[in-house]
Design a protein around this ligand. Structure first.
Ligand code: C2E
Ligand code: CA
Ligand code: CA
Ligand code: CA
Length: 275
């Protein structure tokens, strides 16, 4: 049993070491990516159901790794957050997203994901201001998507930071609503411009008993609080029909479009303007 125990220990130790190595490698690869221009932004349209046109695009980060090909943000954002590199990467995303959006029609907004690590570090307001100034983008055309995890810092601190950001004139959306730490007190503590209903609710909308009731409750609540709603991950027409019934403000998902590159965005907007 003792032998076995030692063997197991070595096994775990090796697994930990290789994970630490993997992380160090990812960290240095991420630095290289940032300095050698391996990142690219893709954009996914949010379709406005009232105006019946694209109201905004969400910027989604893509990494063209020289050996590994396209690496998903789900794979590298956690390491970028652990190492703090997300601050620098996030600043690049903000600059690039604002620069792209400045060339779009004025009614089209850009939404940018802000990690809780970025949110907590001082300097975010300056980074946002710089991105706006450099691009000439109207602040009201920039929407920052934050998740409930920012509230782990405490309600008062978080609310103060949110008001500080909002005072720059940008919009604030609460992303992935309904997952994780969801609490209605967050909605009471800060007047978000928008709530994004997490894809998990939309996925099961027509199959899981109760899903419709939850989505209806969220859209009703949002409306009562003067907040817009976006349904994430809409893939089917039946889901769209159900969401329309509940007065969801906008929808995002593969049914309309996958995330596309900047050139395809301009084509899409040109087509829309022509029709
Ligand atoms: P998210 O913010 O919830 O972004 C939406 C994700 O859902 C995107 O995945 C998008 O491609 C995917 N999606 C959209 N419509 C559908 C659909 O109909 N079906 C399915 N199955 N998926 C759909 P993506 O681009 O892989 O990004 C994953 C996550 O990585 C994002 O989730 C966000 O948390 C993070 N992320 C992406 N870009 C950035 C960034 O610039 N900064 C930060 N901090 N995080 C980012
Ligand atoms: Ca998002
Ligand atoms: Ca989301
Ligand atoms: Ca997410």
């Amino acid at each position: 049993a003792k032998e076995l125990g030692r063997g197991m220990f070595c096994f775990f130790e090796e697994a930990l070491n290789s994970r630490a190595q993997e992380r160090r490698r990812m960290e240095s690869d991420l630095r290289t990516a940032l300095h050698e221009g391996q990142f690219e932004l893709y954009f996914q349209p949010l379709f406005d159901l009232d105006a019946n046109r694209v109201g905004s695009f969400e910027a989604l980060l893509r990494w063209h790794h020289p050996e590994r090909g396209m690496v998903s943000p789900v794979e590298f954002i956690p390491t970028a957050e652990d190492t703090g590199l997300i601050v620098e990467i996030g600043a690049w995303v903000l600059r690039e997203a604002c620069a792209q959006a400045a060339a779009w029609p004025e009614h089209v907004r850009i939404a940018v994901n802000v990690s809780s690590v970025q949110f907590r570090r001082p300097g975010l307001n300056e980074t946002v201001l710089q991105a706006l100034a450099a691009s000439g983008l109207e602040p009201s055309r920039l929407e920052l998507e934050i998740t409930e995890s920012i509230f782990l810092e405490g309600l008062d601190t978080t609310t103060r930071l949110l008001h500080g950001l909002r005072s720059l004139g940008v919009r604030i959306a609460l992303d992935d609503f309904g997952t994780g730490y969801s609490s209605l007190s967050y909605l009471q503590s800060f007047p978000f411009d928008k709530i994004k209903i997490d894809r998990s609710f939309i996925q099961d909308l027509l199959t899981r008993p109760g899903a419709v009731a939850i989505v209806r409750a969220i859209t009703d609540l949002a409306r009562a609080l003067g907040m817009e709603t976006t349904a994430e991950g809409v893939e089917e027409n039946d889901q769209l029909a159900e969401l329309r019934k509940h007065g969801c403000s906008s929808v995002q998902g593969y049914l309309f479009s996958r995330p596309i590159d900047a050139v395809a965005v301009r084509d899409l907007l040109a087509d829309e303007a022509a029709s």
